[in-house]
Each structure stands twice: as C-alpha cells, then as structure tokens.
Design a protein around this ligand. Structure first.
Ligand SMILES: Nc1ncnc2c1ncn2[C@@H]1O[C@H](COP(=O)(O)OP(=O)(O)OP(=O)(O)O)[C@@H](O)[C@H]1O
Length: 246
C-alpha cells in the first residue's frame, strides 16, 4: 500500500496562457474525507479534474499510488482513471431507467452479467433507492438524482470519489441524506472522498481534512478542527469567519 494516494509536485495549470492553479506540494492520504474550499474561481474544480486525470497540467507531476501519471501511456491512464469516479453538481442521467443508469459504467468495464446485477442492486440499496430502480432517471428530484449518481459511482467501487458541489441547490433534508451517504461510503467502503463545496458547515460536518484554495494557490491544508478553530493563515481565518470579500 503506497504511503500516499496522490502526490502533487510543482503543478502549474494554465488556460489560454493564464495560470489558474499553482501547487508546489500536496500529499493526500488514502481512506480520508477531504473538503476543498475556496472562493469562486480559486481552482477547486480544476484541481478535481486534474486529480481525476481528465486534464493534464502545463507542468509538474501528479502521482497516483506511486505512479507518475504524466509518464504513462493512454492504456495505463485509463486503468488509473477507472479507480476514480467523479460526481458533478448536475449529474447527467441517461434517458432510461434508474437501474440502467447504475449499470452503465459496469457494462463499459465488461463485467459479467451476474456481477453487474449484484453490484447494481447493492449500490441502489446502499443509497436507499432500490424501489426506484425501474423509474425513469430523468424524472427524479434533485436529491434522488444525486443519490442515483452516487449509486452509479459506488457500483464501480472506486478507490477515490471526487464530488464537485454535490449538494448545491438541494433542500436541507436531501443535503443531510447525501452527507450521510458520503460518510457511509467512506466508513463502509473505505473510499477516499474529495469534496468540493461552498458550504463551510458541510465541510465541518463531513470532512476530516480541509484544503483551502485562494487564487489558484493552496493556502492551507489541515485537519478540519484546526482549519475552523486555529487556522495558521490569515486568509483561512478570514474565509472561515466569513470576513473574506470576494
Ligand atoms: N475550460 C476552461 N477554459 C478557460 N478557463 C477556465 C476553464 N475552466 C476554468 N477556467 C478558469 O480557471 C479558474 C479556476 O476555475 P475553477 O472552475 O477551477 O474554480 P472554482 O474554484 O471551482 O470556482 P467555482 O467555485 O466558481 O466553481 C477560473 O478563473 C476559471 O475562469
């Protein structure tokens, strides 16, 4: 087992020549829940996409489980990507049943039919939606849609779950349910979770460690209690106390 799940070294990401992310050193452990916080445009989603190997940095290294992802071919990269799963704020649902949406990634991976069925049923039970399996996935509430997206991700049994604002625009009950599921995925399936959120309270409730980004830089990375109670950086202090204007 590698000591770190991810190691980032001297990473620079640019869009149209403009640097949007610059992280010198970041190490993430396996089997933890991390929240990624920061103002709009601070690079949270970009960091998530880079960790998901969806995008490559302009320079620097992204090491996943001791493998330098910039030095491998497409085949290995795909294998690494299949250990990760990203869930978006507005997950895309195929216009078919909930069940068919959950089995999609499993079919893509060519798993045997019996295992596909077993995993899909297990995942739908996990998120408490077994009774909705035959329903149309495009006619669900926002909270149900997120739970189907989580079931679809869980069925793949990823090592890392990357969540980009999964509860934005949900009502408080749905938010509570999704947060409970995030913890359950971590506790019962030993999945590492990286959660991008604007909700400071959510970070406090769910995360074990917090990363604060500001203008593309990693300002602070610390256990959740430290970030909220005794942050080292003045910027973090301003951010968590709501005094940062942005
Ligand atoms: N595909 C792209 N092309 C050009 N610029 C981009 C692209 N994606 C992001 N950016 C820019 O990169 C910077 C970081 O964006 P990013 O979406 O990662 O921030 P964020 O912290 O997730 O923001 P938010 O909280 O608003 O979602 C922003 O200035 C954004 O405009």
């Amino acid at each position: 087992m590698p000591e770190f799940l991810y190691e980032i070294e001297d990473l620079v990401k640019k869009y149209d020549g403009r640097t949007v992310l610059e992280i010198d050193d970041l190490k993430l452990e396996g089997n933890k829940i991390y929240a990624i916080l920061g103002p709009n445009g601070s690079g949270k989603s970009t960091l998530l996409r880079i960790l998901n190997l969806l995008e490559e940095p302009a320079s620097g290294r992204v090491i996943f489980r001791n493998i330098d992802t910039g030095r491998v071919g497409e085949g290995v990269r795909l294998k690494l990507r299949r250990q990760m799963c990203m869930v978006f704020q507005h997950p895309y649902m195929f216009n078919t049943s909930v069940y068919n949406n959950v089995v999609y990634g499993l079919k893509l991976r060519g798993l045997p039919a019996a295992e596909i069925r077993e995993r899909a049923e297990e995942a739908l039970s996990f998120v408490g939606l077994k009774e909705l399996s035959r329903r149309s996935a495009v006619r669900l509430s926002g909270g149900e849609t997120q739970r189907v997206a989580l079931a679809r991700a869980i069925a793949i049994r990823p090592r890392v779950l990357l969540l980009d604002e999964p509860t934005a625009n949900l009502d408080p009950d749905s938010v509570a349910l999704i947060e409970e599921l995030i913890r359950k995925v971590h506790d019962e399936l030993q999945t590492t979770v990286l959660l991008v959120t604007h909700n400071l309270f959510q970070a406090r409730r769910v995360a074990e460690e917090v990363l604060l980004l500001y203008q593309g830089r990693l300002v602070e990375k610390a256990p959740v209690e430290e970030i909220f109670n005794c942050p080292r950086s003045e910027l973090t202090k301003q951010f968590v106390t709501g005094k940062m204007i942005y």
